[in-house]
Every structure is written in structure tokens, then in C-alpha cells.
Write a protein that binds this ligand. Sequence first.
Ligand code: FAD
Length: 325
Amino acid sequence: MSHVLVLVDAADGPIRKPALELLTLARRFGRPAAVIFGAVGGTAVEHLGRFGAATVYVVDDPAVREYLVLPKVDVLAEIAGRLQATGDLAGVLAGAGPEGKEIAARLAIRLGSGIITDAVDVTTDDNGRPVATQSVFAASFIVKSQVTVGAPVIVVKPNAVAPEEAPRTPEVEQVKVTLSDLARAARITSRAVRESSDRPELTDASVVVSGGRGLGGAEAFGLIERLADQLGGAVGASRAAVDAGWYSHSHQVGQTGKTVSPQLYVAAGISGAIQHRAGMQTSKTVVVVNKDPEAPIFELADFGVVGDLHVVLPRLSEEIDRRRS
Ligand code: FAD
């Protein structure tokens, strides 16, 4: 079986869930080979092996972190080129963050391959070749597509699949990096660590609870946070809410914010403007709380409550507490 290269976004931290999802999808059409950048401990390799990585390429060179994406593209192109030369490359999977998308696009050009972005699932055809599923136009259409040129490069949104274990002991290959002049063209001059909470990262979370202008003020985000914590979820917000200064811009969901694709998305006091939908339309289950039965967000809702969120959300939280006690 040919290899499927999986770009692991670990940035010297723990292996995050989207990487395990990619390994699970990669197994559907080849032998997963993870490529991980940074100082990787034994537990990271073990973790990747637990989710089916047959090979782990470790690229542990601090110089890679000094520059933007080109060193990573160079390394991936070198590994992919080697596999391609022996007919051993079934495809490449990357996560749908800004870096994953840019690396995948540049890599596809280097490999002369077709690329599909924002996939929400990857299955196979009768010949075992990958078929990507995309959900478009506010989830009104499901599109299935296949790369017809070269080894397919597919960019997958988080939460496309539940990670499944398939334990094995991976072969580990340390990869040497030679930085080209082009790769040195743009250097990172500083990094600031973002304040983090105990809540999951918005783009990875399997549950997102979002609030909009209907909250009426910053303090009402307490209702959103309470529900998010009860469900182990992240907090999202509409642009109207963040522009009003009620919550941080880093939590904005939508066209000019973050794209989320959780198992459960709760939208409270959000009307469902097209720019907001663009960031959450691939959520698996959508629950809406809005006092206006005509609000467009109801078109996406699997479950909807027409009512005042200041009444509905506390009751919902109380009911969750009651059932758990
Ligand atoms: P509103 O549209 O004002 O809706 C508030 C909703 O709350 C209403 O449906 C109302 O019925 C309901 N409500 C009011 N009171 C209550 C209550 N007590 N209980 C229950 N429901 C109540 N928006 C984004 O979200 N993300 C983006 O990334 C984004 N990018 C944009 C990019 C561009 C170029 C442009 C032009 C716009 C963008 N917008 C974005 C803005 C977008 O068009 C909407 O203006 C915004 O999403 C509206 O936010 P909202 O739904 O919170 O507010």
C-alpha cells in the first residue's frame, strides 16, 4: 500500500486532535506517514503510532521555526518527491488552518498535483482512490470531487471524522533540512503567546457555543461560557458581538473570523448572516436560540428554540446540571 503523507501541526506542543483525524482518514486510502516539525519527544511518536502512523518523519531543526512556510514546503516536497519517484505516494493530507492551506497549495504546485480544500470527509472510489466531500453555499450542496492529476493533495477541516486508534510501532526517520535562499526570504521576527483558557481551541472544538448581538451586552456572555463549560466546548461570537467589544475578536466565527466545523454548534442571539454561516455551515448539528422565528439561522438548524435567550439558556444549563446530579 502506498504512503499518505500527513502534515502534523504540533508546533512543539502536544499532538492535537485534527492530526489524529487526518491519520484516521489517511488509513482509508494508504499507509499513513506523519511529518512532524519540532522537538518531538518519544510520546509524540508513540501517540501518532497509536492512531496508525506507519512512519514518522521528524524534522527537528530550529531553523525551520525561524522562517515562514517555505522550509516546511521544501521538506515535504523532498519527502513526497522521493515517494513519488518509487510510485509510493497515494496522497497528502493537511489540516485546514491558514498554514496547512498555504503549505498544501505550494506543495501541490511543486508536485504538479491537483488540490482540494475544505474537505469535510474523505472516502474512496472502487479503485481505492480518495474522494473528497465538501459542503458549500451554507451547506445547501454536498460536492464530491477527485483529483485527476498527480498524487491528490487534500486539505481537511477539523472534526471531519472521530479519531480511531489502530496501534502500531512507527518507523522513525530524522529528516535533515537544507534551507534554500528562497526559504530564507521571510523571517519571523517575534512571537507572542496568546492568552489561553481551559476551554478547547475554537477551531478544533467538537462543541462550540456562540453568542451574537441578541445577548445585549458583554455580561450575557456569562450564559454562553457557562453552557460551553458544561458541554466541554469553546466559545464563539458573531462579528456584531465582537465589534461591540463584548468578546475578543479571536473568538469571531465567520468569513472574516474563524471557520469551525464542530459536532455541535449552538447559536444564541445570532441572525445567521451569510458571512457568519460561512464560518459554521459545516457543523454537524446546529442548535439555535432566537426570539425571531424568521431569523435566517433557523434554515440551518437541526433543533431550534424560538424564545428569549436570557430565559432559555439559564433553563438549559439548569436542566443539564439537574440531569447530571
Ligand atoms: P444581528 O444580525 O443583529 O442578529 C441578532 C439576532 O439576535 C437577531 O436574529 C435577533 O432576533 C436575535 N435576538 C435579539 N434579542 C434576542 C434575545 N433576547 N433572545 C434571542 N434572540 C435574540 N459576521 C460574522 O458573524 N462573522 C464574520 O466573520 C463576518 N464577516 C463579515 C465580513 C464582511 C465583509 C461583512 C460586510 C460582514 C461580515 N459580518 C460577519 C457581519 C454580518 O453581516 C452580520 O452583520 C453579523 O453576523 C450579525 O451579527 P448577529 O447575528 O450577532 O447580529
